[in-house]
Ligand binder design. Structure first.
Ligand code: PMV
Length: 318
């Protein structure tokens, strides 16, 4: 007996970092997905293998081994067993096209797909809300203080405005006129470390940082309206402003700036870092038809460039 589930990666278009301190943020689901196959086994262990990381591990039930890259996967499967009161030997195979450590929410997508596949094979159908909630618990293992935006978009897909503690609003956006181009700095980074660094800066200079947080929140609210209206020129301008605020809080790098300016010069409507920063990817908003020219310029200085549409599909049991 087995079940397969998949879940999308994401790009944060507005509000990363500021969302950790309760400002609104906007995320979209990408066409890249994480796929997970969960099969029942007789042995009472959780076996996890990842095609992309070329790794396999066995974990006890309950699992231990924090720091192991596959531990959060085992832990996600265990959270389902705990939730439905049915510990079982299970084999989890992960196959993801979302680059890990990139800011595209690979850990949340794998957690969401693992939880959906595990619950399905154990005969319990969890609601999307429950899947997202368990994935949030699992995300806390990966980085101490997640906002919850990653597990939410990985579960529900489409475009969402998210506010920690308040939940999310589905945005009604027609993305047919635009494409996203994502370019890698080639530098992996640790989300938890950057979240801590930004929070430390805010604690050191609260009077300076609070207006920046407030501006980022206002910006996300305006951006949501402009996206729903399809005013992509203005959305691009606000992406650039948002990037400036992220630079101000210290999460940009020289490589990120180079990519962002290259994308803008090549004709993107706007470009910014996406996710925690310090490395990872930038996201450029392009009018359909101009994405190849932007991608071509970025390819000259980036080891990996991805053109993606926004996907309305959230978690799916296949
Ligand atoms: O880089 P990612 O995909 O881990 O995204 C991090 C987004 C932050 O706002 C920096 C943290 C969070 O939990 O929202």
């Amino acid at each position: 007996m087995y079940a397969i589930a998949s879940s999308p990666g994401k790009a944060i278009l507005f509000g990363e970092h500021f969302v950790v301190e309760n400002q609104p943020a906007i995320a979209v689901a990408l066409s890249l997905r994480a796929r997970v196959k969960a099969s029942l086994m007789d042995a009472s262990v959780i076996r996890v293998s990842s095609r992309n990381l070329s790794m396999a591990r066995k974990f006890a039930i309950p699992p231990s081994g924090e720091g192991d890259p596959l531990f959060p996967v085992a832990y996600s499967a265990y959270l389902v067993m705990e939730r439905i009161g049915s510990p079982r030997g299970i084999d989890i195979e992960v196959d993801s096209s979302i680059p890990p450590g990139s800011g595209m929410g690979s850990s949340a997508s794998v957690a969401v797909a693992t939880i959906a596949a595990t619950s399905y094979v154990l005969g319990a159908e969890l609601s999307p809300e429950e899947i997202s909630k368990l994935a949030f618990e699992s995300e806390k293992i990966v980085h101490g203080r997640p906002s919850g935006i990653d597990n939410t978009i990985a579960t529900f897909g489409g475009a969402i405005a998210y506010r920690k503690g308040e939940g999310f609003l589905r945005l009604n956006v027609d993305f047919s006129e635009v494409s996203l181009v994502l370019a890698d700095t080639g530098r992996a980074r640790n989300t938890g470390e950057f979240v801590k660094r930004v929070l430390a800066l805010k604690e050191a200079f609260p009077n300076v940082l609070e207006p920046i947080y407030y501006a980022a929140g206002r910006l996300a609210v305006e951006a949501a309206k402009l996206m729903e209206r399809g005013d992509w020129e203005a959305v691009g301008v606000l992406m650039n402003v948002n990037h400036g605020l992220l630079s101000a809080i210290g999460v940009s790098t020289q490589e990120i700036e180079q990519l962002v300016y290259t994308a803008r010069r090549a004709g993107a409507l706007g470009a910014k870092l996406t996710g925690a920063g310090g490395g990872g990817f930038i996201v450029a908003l392009c009018r359909k038809g101009s994405e190849n020219a932007v991608a071509k310029e970025l390819e000259k200085i980036s080891p990996r460039v991805i053109i993606s549409n926004v996907s309305s599909e959230g978690v799916v049991v296949e």
